[in-house]
Design a protein around this ligand. Structure first.
Ligand SMILES: [Zn+2]
Length: 193
């Protein structure tokens, strides 16, 4: 693994995920990248683990107001409403039916948006999330738990270390709790642990 980045340095190839994979597969990168390969990548290049799939940068609700009507066809597993809270960066990833929209149940969405507003005030940046609502197919594809709260729009996965640490510290005030199940690194639930 180390040899690849060393080679990239020697050849002055910018060290990023795409270039790394390009070197690894000699330009013929499989899409999606198999999970076992993903797990072998250096941490900074990983995009997938057992629960997470992609990265979201979360803008304001206003930008998503117009999208709402398009997204109304999507409901939680038990038929609940979903609200867009941001958009994912899905470069090279298979898109779920709701495209690059990060969706959450209304109360969870409101709490998330408030939390993001405060985070932005403090840091000047948006919270970055990997995953929010997932329909059953999407949830199965990323190997989510069969009873995952993601299917009710009540969970987010946060892999970015700064964002994750911040939500761990301040998220409780907004109703976002770090999931307590064993092995969890990235998962937060709204309203319950
Ligand atoms: Zn999760």
């Amino acid at each position: 693994m180390k040899a690849i980045t060393d080679l990239m340095k020697e050849l002055s190839i910018p060290i990023n995920r795409d270039n790394y994979l390009g070197m690894m597969f000699n330009g013929d990168v499989p899409d999606p990248v198999p999970a076992e390969i993903e797990a072998e990548l250096p941490d900074k290049f990983q995009m997938v683990d057992v629960e997470t799939d992609f990265i979201a940068e979360v803008p304001t609700v206003a930008e998503y107001e117009e999208k709402k009507s398009v997204l109304q066809e999507f409901t939680t597993k038990t038929g609940g409403e979903l609200v867009p809270v941001g958009s994912y960066n899905l470069t090279g990833k298979k898109k779920p039916p709701y495209g690059n929209s990060a969706l959450l149940s209304p109360n969870a969405a409101e709490a998330f948006i408030q939390m993001n507003r405060i985070y932005k005030k403090e840091t000047g940046k948006e919270l970055i999330i990997e995953s929010a609502f997932r329909d059953e197919e999407h949830n199965t594809r990323v190997k989510g738990s069969k009873t995952s709260n993601h299917m009710e729009g009540l969970s987010i996965d946060v892999k970015d270390p700064h964002c994750r640490a911040w939500i761990k510290q301040y998220g409780e005030a907004y109703g976002w709790h770090f999931g307590t199940y064993e092995g969890n690194k990235n998962h937060f639930n709204y309203g319950s642990q």
